[in-house]
Design a protein around this ligand. Structure first.
Ligand code: SF4
Ligand code: SF4
Length: 407
């Protein structure tokens, strides 16, 4: 009987329900294989006929994105919140001190070249508790470097879409990413108010107000967290898709540390992905994981660091203090100093620091999310095995679907 996966040097060969697929793990190339090539150990030499030069990314150190904590207070009490359970990150400050954040932004923007890309994400707590702060930052970034391609996203729980807030978001023409875990029977349990009562009905009504101005926004996307409260990706998608979001981000709370739960979630995501792919590539690519993966495979961009935290990406708290990840804001051991004084250094790659050299998926995964791996920081291989299982499962599925659409 044929194995389901074979490794030939730098090439992984997968036997799938849609035929045989080869994946070159250094060059990130994907190709369909005949049964003979799947079985034949000389596959790697056959592969060299497909050789193309990989595009080279810029090695110039510069920040490409920042996540700014606009507020460190929240009006909900989500069951899986890692920001101190109340959006405060355990810190007393509640609102962004604009005078402590703008100088760092100015410095980061002056390090960019015309045509570079720069993305700002606004988080909290709940960032729409301080909408004027968002306007200040957007206006400052756009006026400081009109020659840079800037983009902005507000990540919100959707409870504050009043007429005036929607007006502000539309006038700024930015992306709004709603955190919503699914239908009321799910979302009311996982994202309740502080008094324990559900709020999904109010979120949906505010969302309708926002969607009435959708043509003025950059995009309206959604992000759902799965875990003990829900592993049904199909049911969640079927509820959320009535609002026709531009993109759907699904992730599981790995803190549950439950492999049975993760397996159920992955099987459900696979069913959903295959269902959407049976309609069209565009439908599939509404799932953010597959859209990002297809972009990476198109660019053949080998990733050395998963999110670039502390080098290409920085999280900034309300007082202008930084860290490599927003989940580490307020933790002194992870602090990277003031935003204004920060300078990106060439960091050791996540792949090296986490001993990922032997993993076939490393060029796509880039060593993975440091926050997800953190509980394993003192182990020999320094990786969360459930995170790796998830990555390899979804990457293999994505490679198979990529081969089908790009054949
Ligand atoms: S899947 Fe795991 S082992 Fe592979 S690159 Fe990602 S973090 Fe490293
Ligand atoms: S470490 Fe993980 S959670 Fe933090 S910014 Fe990077 S990918 Fe996101």
């Amino acid at each position: 009987m044929r194995p389901l996966q074979q490794s030939f040097g730098q090439v992984q060969a997968f036997s799938t329900s849609n035929g045989f697929i080869g994946f070159h793990q250094e060059r990130l190339e994907v190709a369909e294989l005949s049964a003979e090539l799947f079985d034949d150990l000389s596959l790697t030499s056959a592969w060299s006929e497909l050789k193309r030069e990989s595009p080279q990314g810029s090695s110039r150190p510069a920040l490409q994105s920042v996540t700014i904590n606009v507020t460190q207070i929240c009006n909900l009490h989500c069951t899986y919140c890692a920001a101190g359970g109340d959006g405060t990150y355990g810190q007393p400050q509640r609102r962004m001190a604009v005078e402590k954040v703008l100088p760092g932004l100015t410095r980061a923007l002056h390090n960019l070249e015309a045509g570079d890309e720069f993305r700002v994400s606004f988080i909290g707590g709940e960032p729409l508790l301080y909408p004027e702060g968002i306007r200040w930052v957007v206006d400052h970034v756009r006026s400081t470097r009109p020659d840079v391609h800037t983009s902005f996203v507000v990540i919100t729980n959707g409870t504050l879409f009043s007429e005036s807030v929607v007006e502000l978001l539309a006038s700024l023409k930015i992306e709004v990413k709603l955190s919503l875990d699914g239908p009321p029977e799910i979302n009311d349990r996982s994202r309740p108010q502080k008094n324990g009562r559900g709020i999904t009905a109010e979120v949906v009504s505010g969302l309708q107000r926002l969607l009435a101005r959708r043509s003025e926004l950059e995009a309206v996307t959604v992000s759902a967290v799965f875990g003990k409260h829900n592993v049904d990706a199909e049911k969640t998608y079927d509820f959320l898709s009535q609002f026709q979001f531009d993109q759907y981000g699904f992730s599981i709370d790995l803190n549950a540390n439950d492999s049975a739960l993760l397996h159920s979630f992955l099987l459900s995501v696979e069913k959903l992905a295959r269902r959407l792919a049976s309609h069209s590539e565009a439908e599939l690519l509404k799932l953010r994981f597959f859209s990002d993966l297809f972009d990476q495979l198109d660019a053949r961009a080998f990733l050395n660091d998963h999110c670039g935290g502390g080098t290409k990406h920085l999280a900034v708290d309300t007082q202008g203090q930084t860290s490599g990840c927003h989940w580490w804001l307020g933790k002194s051991k992870k602090a990277l100093g003031s935003f204004e004084a920060f300078s990106p250094e060439k960091a050791i790659s996540d792949i090296e620091s986490r001993n990922c050299q032997a993993c076939w998926a490393r060029g796509i995964c880039g060593g993975g999310c440091a926050f997800a791996h953190e509980p394993f920081a003192n182990t020999l291989d320094k990786k969360n095995p459930l995170f790796c299982l998830q990555q390899r499962y979804l990457i293999q599925l994505g490679i198979e679907l990529y081969a089908r659409f790009r054949r």
